[in-house]
Ligand binder design. Sequence first.
Ligand code: CA
Length: 234
Amino acid sequence: MKNKARILIVEDEVAIREGLVDVFVYHGYDVDFSGDGTEGLKKSLTGAFDLILLDVMLPGMNGFEICNQVRAQDRDQAIIMLTAKSSDEDIIEGLTLGADDYVAKPFSIAQLLLRVQAVLRRTKSIVEQEHKISLGDDVEIDSQNLSGRRDEESLSFTRREIEILQYLRTNSHRPVSRDELLNKVWGYAANVELETRTVDIHIAKLRRKIEPNPSEPQYLMTVRGAGYRLVGSQ
Ligand code: CA
């Protein structure tokens, strides 16, 4: 890994916490920690960590609640729960709330390191996959390089066009209104009526790039009275 992976350790038992900090620093990770649930949640929500190691029983707020709140904000945040007992209920609740994995105490450091590496590999490949947007069989877009191709034709995109595609893809289960695009992609306040044309112009430019026939879109659809919807994306 080129950059150090950043790990947050939320654990109130001092001996365990200090032991974990030492181990992860020794293995080349960038480590921060907290011994309190409320502070742990605050740090977890910064989005600054590649992975969070989360104890269950904590003062202030328990690990399940923290996991729940982090997931509500960021579905891709990697989380490993440290369960106090290997009780099935703890484990099931942790995984139901969206932890990527769990390690039951007492755990071996070697096992924990392996789990951490596995979860980091998984989340890293998800991030890499998200750089690629495929539409049907004929369009591929590399959002990192602002480039792509439709059949044999190579395409280039502006950063804004890519952001529009990414937002529509994330929400591809529903149409997205112009106001929402202005708000989420451009960062404008809602109801900037004059600006909705800006959205239409960008959509038209995108269609000329990605659609085999821009006047009859098959990917970037208009949903009457509702907005735009991206169809056929992977
Ligand atoms: Ca604890």
